[in-house]
Design a protein around this ligand. Structure first.
Ligand SMILES: N[C@@H](CCC(=O)N[C@@H](CS)C(=O)NCC(=O)O)C(=O)O
Length: 201
């Protein structure tokens, strides 16, 4: 299988999951501005939506949308504990987290990165993120990971978006549990491996 990624983008989440699960993937870098892959392919022809991540599965099909990709990868290695078994309440809890990260956090960062976004809009996006972090900080009190002691795909995704904070001048020190969580996830050997492979360390 091949993962199309852009360094540090949300594709870092499935990248981390592949390494945590011990699934060997081919990784192909995408130039998100030019919409070209490292080997010169037209990225629009790979994902007509024009964004990473994309997982090309061995049968030639492509799967898009990070939250779907991480579940697919984790389900290849159920013993990894990265995704609880289908039908269990814990599975829906992890899906609840994935949805929170994608809709309440991930898509609030996007406009802050864009140079064309009006400052007033950026300010509102940051305030909204701050409100979510107030809540998140309480959820993480006394916990190693979102689900307790078990690292799951939701942690790979949450970590991926939280690490964009310094680039948009959000200081996570205001939320000590969130800050400690980011440091804890960053210290995981497989996370370190993924960061190094993307040239982020
Ligand atoms: N809904 C998609 C969004 C993916 C997304 O926002 N990807 C960004 C990187 S974090 C991207 O490739 N953006 C390039 C673009 O939109 O031109 C998902 O969750 O996978």
């Amino acid at each position: 299988m091949k993962l199309y990624f852009s360094p540090g983008a949300c594709s870092l989440s499935p990248h981390i999951v592949s390494r945590e699960a011990g699934i060997p993937l081919e990784y192909e870098q995408v130039d998100n501005r030019e919409k070209k892959t490292k080997s010169g392919a037209d990225f629009w022809s790979i994902n007509p939506k024009g964004y990473v991540p994309v997982l090309e599965i061995d049968n030639g099909q492509c799967l898009t949308e990070g939250p779907a990709i991480v579940q697919y990868l984790a389900d290849q290695k159920p013993a990894s504990g990265l995704m609880p078994a289908a039908g269990t309440l814990d599975r829906y809890r992890v899906q609840e987290w994935l949805n929170f990260v994608t809709s309440e956090l991930h898509k609030s960062y996007g406009p802050i990165f864009r140079p064309t976004t009006p400052d007033e809009y950026k300010k509102i996006s940051k305030e909204n993120l701050g409100k979510r972090f107030d809540w998140l900080d309480k959820q993480l009190a006394g916990k190693q990971y979102l689900m307790g002691d078990q690292f799951t795909v939701a942690d790979a995704y949450l970590f991926t978006v939280l690490r964009w904070s310094p680039r948009v001048e959000i200081d996570l020190a205001k939320w000590p549990n969130v800050k400690a969580y980011v440091d804890r996830v960053a210290a995981r050997p497989k996370v370190q491996e993924a960061l190094k492979a993307e040239g982020l360390q």
